[in-house]
Design a protein around this ligand. Structure first.
Ligand code: TEU
Ligand code: CA
Length: 554
């Protein structure tokens, strides 16, 4: 395998709106990120993925772009962006932008022109069809609820939007659309970006000709996944995009890929894949129901382990997955994966370690390094996210009471991850001197960066140790390139695996509050990491505390 600069890196996702507000308007911004680069460098991360900060009406928090060549004034200016790229480089860090090209905003010039003249060239930038009264073109359900079809006012036409109606899908079948996208990508890469994260990329290829599928709910609509399963030929688009853009630059790209077929993995992330890497979402999609969030099943520790190992087995050494515990679309991982009532510094560190040392590129989402938790929402009025509001409606329509519906959607709400970063115990967690756009999690008084930076036993300090271990000259080769072999799979609530390369490491987490003992076959040489101060040993046996996590060299 050819070695690449990004193989041994650690990535960190920034959600700009909630990271740090430099000017007191309650909205995080680029100068805010610049002022926190030293914080990030001290943590040890190298690649910074920024959720979108392009010009946008923010109907879906920036995932609805109205100008791909501009920074939204709420986030700053293009000079700020250039400065961020340069300041990051000085510190050996790389900036990834979010590439949102399945759709744009309905306020983008292209869409406005399409509306003015649907038969003109811009009409073909989108999926437009003649409206037939009383009949939808297809019965596909939008990710955010309702039909994917919306009237294009004054034209007698309808347009396709698989996400929000303010996010019209771009017609990738049209070569002019693709040209515009490649031009934009290269324009950004010429600025010296480290690469891109590719948003919702699996949606760019529709199954054509479009048709209805079997409905899966009372609304007569079908999930987008049903259509996507039928679509083939996405590789032509992705291969062309790679050749016209990324390949000419030595950049890192990570795809937001769901439901890939196992035989496609080498095409996606092999040596010459469409992307450098793609996210492992196996854990996040587990237990999902086609009925909606309210019917989803919470994951158990054993299922979590199974999901991680299955994803690892599918990819093997074919490429590098990007491993996450959470992101801006998910609840906080510590609240989701640690059994209820057991969320504490030890269990948070265990979850961190088990995920971080999997083979692949570790991604940390802002605040994850502090062990930030879900929000105790008490009313649906506290929620801003359009996806959660839709899921709440769905739950209510299915007959859940207000209280039950809130409880169900609060657990999965995207707003759990979108509350402001907890910098200090001061007002609004030190995020802003004004009024934050989204209320801070009330637990900021106890969970915040200022305290954790001083405390060698904090969750953040543990993340620093994990990062330092991954980068250490002795263990780097093994952690980056070594194979992963699960062990003790027959034992409940114990997640353990070998990493084998130049050296052999045994990583284990006792995923339960009860103690247990394990016998290390052949004993061990050295303890590299331990989330407790002590390690119980009785002869051959190691006795593990609840949620104890160890990395041993064996
Ligand atoms: O998400 C794509 C995606 O597949 C969503 O269905 C995701 O599962 C959903 O947000 C969960 O509620 C990407 C972005 O990450 C997300 O923030 C955007 O809203 C979406 O694309 C549209 O751009
Ligand atoms: Ca601001």
């Amino acid at each position: 395998m050819t070695k690449k600069w990004w193989h041994d890196k650690v990535a960190y996702q920034i959600y700009p709106k909630s990271f740090f507000d430099s000017n007191g308007d309650g909205i995080g911004d680029l100068p805010g990120i610049i002022s926190k680069l030293d914080y990030l460098q001290e943590l040890g991360v190298d690649i910074l993925w920024l959720s979108p900060c392009y010009q946008s009406p923010l109907a879906d928090q920036g995932y609805d772009i109205s100008d791909y060549y501009k920074i939204d004034p709420r986030f700053g200016t293009m000079e700020d962006m250039d400065c961020l790229i340069a300041e990051a480089r000085k510190r050996g860090m790389y900036i990834l932008m979010d590439l949102v090209v399945n759709h744009c905003s309905d306020e983008h010039l292209w869409f406005q022109k399409a509306r003015q003249d649907p038969e003109g060239p811009y009409g073909n930038f989108f999926y437009l069809t003649d409206k037939v009264e009383g009949k939808l073109p297809t019965n596909w359900r939008s990710y955010f609820g309702g039909s994917v079809w919306e009237d294009l006012p004054g034209t007698g036409k309808q347009y396709l939007h698989v996400f929000h109606k303010k996010q019209p899908d771009l017609n990738w079948e049209n070569p002019q659309v693709r040209e515009e996208i490649y031009k934009n990508i290269c324009w950004w890469l010429d600025k010296g970006l480290g690469g891109f994260r590719l948003d919702a990329i699996i949606n760019i290829k529709k199954a054509l000709p479009m048709r209805d599928y079997e409905p899966d709910r009372e609304d007569g609509l079908c999930s987008m996944e049903t259509m996507l399963k039928e679509a083939s030929g996405i590789g032509q688009f992705l291969g062309e995009m790679r050749d016209r853009t990324f390949r000419k630059y030595d950049v890192f790209t990570v795809g937001e890929v769901f439901n890939e077929k196992p035989e496609e993995i080498p095409d996606f992330i092999g040596e010459n894949g469409y992307f450098s890497s793609m996210f492992d979402f196996n854990e996040t999609i587990f237990g999902a129901s086609e009925k909606g969030w309210y019917a989803s099943r919470h994951i158990t520790p054993e299922e979590y382990r199974r999901c991680c190992f299955d994803a690892q087995a599918r990819v093997g050494t074919m490429g590098f997955l990007s491993n996450i515990i959470e992101n801006h679309d998910e609840p906080r991982g510590v609240s989701r994966y640690i059994p209820e009532g057991d969320c504490c510094p030890e269990s948070k560190k265990m979850l961190a370690g088990l995920n971080f040392l999997l083979r692949g590129i570790p991604f940390i989402y802002q605040g994850q390094e502090l062990g930030m938790e879900n929000v105790p929402f008490t009313s649906i009025d506290e929620i801003d996210d359009i996806s959660t509001l839709d899921e709440y409606r769905t739950a209510r329509e299915a007959g859940l009471s207000e209280e039950e519906a809130l409880k169900a959607v609060a657990f999965y709400s995207r707003d759990n991850a979108r509350t402001p970063m907890q910098w200090s115990g001061n007002a609004h967690a030190g995020f802003t001197t004004g009024t934050p756009w989204l209320r801070v999690n009330p637990n900021y008084t106890t969970i915040h960066a200022a305290a954790q930076m001083k405390d060698p036993d904090s969750v953040r300090s543990f993340y620093k140790q994990l990062i330092a271990l991954r980068k250490s000259p002795e263990y780097k080769e093994t952690i980056v390139y070594g194979t992963l072999e699960p062990v003790w799979e027959e034992q409940p609530n114990l997640m353990a695996y070998y990493r084998k390369g130049e050296r052999t490491l045994l990583v284990m987490g006792n995923f339960q509050r009860e103690r247990r003992s394990v016998v290390i076959p052949g004993g061990y040489k050295k303890v590299l990491l331990n989330n407790y101060k002590e390690l119980g040993e009785e002869g051959e046996k190691l006795s593990l505390n609840g949620y104890q996590f160890l990395v041993l060299e064996v």
